[in-house]
Design a protein around this ligand. Structure first.
Ligand code: FES
Length: 571
């Protein structure tokens, strides 16, 4: 018997395995799915795929089994059939050489598993830094309705009467240890208190940044970004997302490419600036836009940095944590403050518009987490994009977490050739360095390291840290964790490993950083710069880069201004 009109490619009938006989393929598929004990009624329902990114190596996803239960309940309540399937999971501090190296692999895995298996909609459960961007990059490359469910932030920790957050306080306290003000025994104690529950880092790191901008993009239900991982709100949001996914499976929309538009990307840029978001968020947003075929305008993003103040009083730019943001009304309340700047007509996965979520946002009197445009936390946005002879393709600085006295600074370059060189020499008593110098790290970009490590937060040399120096200008082609702070220029493009001007800097050169003027200049004349670049020699490829994924990465990864995606994956 034939299928009803329009139902031919739905549910179990989608994407049949190729045996040369479609009827046999469906017969076989039914026979095997019935091995799970499913009834004919169940397997005739619209199918909602649910990505399972649980991993013992990823405590930020420790609540995924609970979320899956809630999502399944929501799918069943709306008449769908939930089908859970595994994908790669990436835990930030467990991935070698870097999680960024693996992001595109996870995006490819997610994309191909969504495409390969019969489902009518998909729920993407992610959280730890690279997972949500990878999942959305993958899903945006498939024309299938998708909804994001972040795992949610951890609750805060406490130590000696002080509130602690991973990982802004990880860095601050480690800096205290390096400066000699706390000892090893105390670091052991603190390591048990910085991350007191499952869930993602509860400051405005990359995970929180991505959850917020995906909600702003309309890819997740309102309040999805902020509900703590361990609270009942998180599970109710998961159930509601499952319900919505089943509805989307039935109505065949909206698909990610209908939600990721020039208007919603601009909304996300505004939110990224206003939350004091992670610089990694910029790379991921560029990559997501690229997968949806939306051109990302870095200059427009920089201009928004001048117009959109930081409104969110959260670490590392401010003082609070994600659970406080949730209690203050979350992303919808933040977007209400930003509404004069936003396109409120942009559609949401909820079925309404971003404006609907803003209209329903809670008003919490007396809260000090979400500031207004009239009384912002910082007058300008989180990030500025720099240009100059050192960064022809651009570089980025998180100005909201930088030191005001270093925003215009000229200093002597102290160059480190690589992350290994940095590790070897940074604490040497023989290192010639002063607080006014500019620390330069190269060969730490997308191809150089490889995988663009979060090494841009170069430690203050121990001898300076011990004399009380807390910040210096540091520049590199690396990335930095969103939880970090300091006057740190990142993502210098093109990177030194492909012959960018960063490769030509010598210790003793003078460098100008002028954030207000958006300049990063190597203060040598152009003829000298060109002479040095002409003499530059590419490093031989690393031994491990001759085969497998490493070879693919080495050959195809794009620079930071193109989101570090693979060239063959852009739409
Ligand atoms: Fe997973 Fe911070 S380490 S979100």
């Amino acid at each position: 018997m034939g299928d009803p009109p329009g139902q031919e490619q739905r549910g179990l009938r989608k994407g049949l395995t190729t045996y040369g006989d479609a009827g046999f393929s469906l017969f076989l598929r039914k026979a095997f799915i019935k091995a799970s004990g499913l009834s004919d009624d169940a397997i005739d329902r619209p199918i909602v795929g649910i990505t399972n990114t649980y991993s013992d190596f990823n405590p930020c996803h420790g609540n995924v089994p609970d979320l899956i239960e809630s999502i399944k309940r929501g799918v069943l309540l709306s008449g769908g059939l939930p089908m859970v399937f595994p994908t790669i999971s990436i835990g930030e501090s467990f991935a070698h050489p870097t999680s960024m190296f693996l992001r595109n692999l996870m995006a490819m895995d997610t994309e191909e598993m969504i495409r390969a298996q019969p489902m009518d909609a998909v729920v993407l459960i992610g959280g730890c830094d690279k997972t949500l961007p990878a999942q959305v990059m993958g899903a945006a490359s498939v024309d299938l309705p998708a909804i994001v469910v972040p795992t949610g932030p951890m609750v805060v920790g406490h130590h000696k009467g002080e509130v602690l957050g991973a990982c802004t306080d990880c860095r601050r306290l480690w800096a205290q240890y390096r400066a000699g003000s706390i000892d090893v025994a105390e670091t052991e104690l603190i390591s048990g208190r910085l991350a007191p529950s499952v869930g993602t880092c509860m400051v405005m790191g990359t995970a929180s940044t991505m959850a917020c901008i995906l909600e702003a993009l309309g890819l997740a239900l309102p309040m999805s970004a902020t509900a703590p991982a361990t609270q009942a709100d998180r599970r109710r949001i998961a159930e509601a997302s499952g319900r919505r996914a089943a509805e989307m499976a039935i109505s065949a929309g909206p698909t990610p490419d209908q939600l990721i538009t020039a208007a919603s990307i601009r909304n996300a840029m505004i939110v990224l600036q206003a939350i004091g978001g992670s610089t990694n968020g910029l790379i991921h947003l560029i990559a997501i836009a690229g997968r949806a075929g939306v051109k990302f305008d870095l200059e427009a993003f920089d201009q928004l940095g001048r117009e959109v103040p930081v409104l969110l009083n959260l670490k590392p730019s401010g003082e609070h944590y994600m659970e406080h943001f949730h209690q203050a009304g979350g992303v919808p309340a933040l977007m209400r403050e930003l509404s004069p700047l936003l396109d409120l007509q942009a559609p949401s996965v909820s079925g309404g518009s971003i404006g609907d979520a803003v209209a329903a946002a809670e008003s919490v009197s007396g809260q000090n987490v979400i500031r207004s445009l009239a009384a912002p936390l910082k007058q300008e946005g989180a990030m500025a994009v720099l240009h100059g002879n050192l960064a022809p393709g651009g570089a980025v600085i998180k100005q909201s977490a930088a030191s005001p006295h270093l925003m215009r600074h000229t200093g002597r370059a102290v160059v480190f050739e690589s992350v290994e060189d940095l590790t070897t020499r940074i604490d040497s008593p023989d290192l010639e360095v002063s607080a006014e110098d500019i620390l330069v790290l190269r060969n730490a970009g997308p191809k150089g390291a490889p995988g663009m490590p979060e090494a841009g937060y170069l430690p203050i040399p121990r001898k300076l840290a011990r004399s009380g120096v807390k910040d210096m200008v540091r520049i590199s082609d690396a990335r930095m964790s969103g939880t970090a702070f300091g006057t740190i220029v990142l993502h210098i493009t093109p990177e030194s490993a492909v012959g960018g001007p960063l490769a030509a800097v010598q210790t003793g050169d003078r460098i100008l950083l002028d954030v207000e003027g958006r300049r990063l200049e190597l203060m040598i004349d152009d003829a000298e710069l060109q002479k040095r670049l002409a003499a530059w020699k590419q490093r031989p490829p690393r031994a491990h880069a001759h085969r497998g994924y490493a070879a693919l990465f080495e050959e195809h990864v794009l620079q930071a201004d193109q989101g570090c995606d693979f060239d063959f994956l852009l739409r």
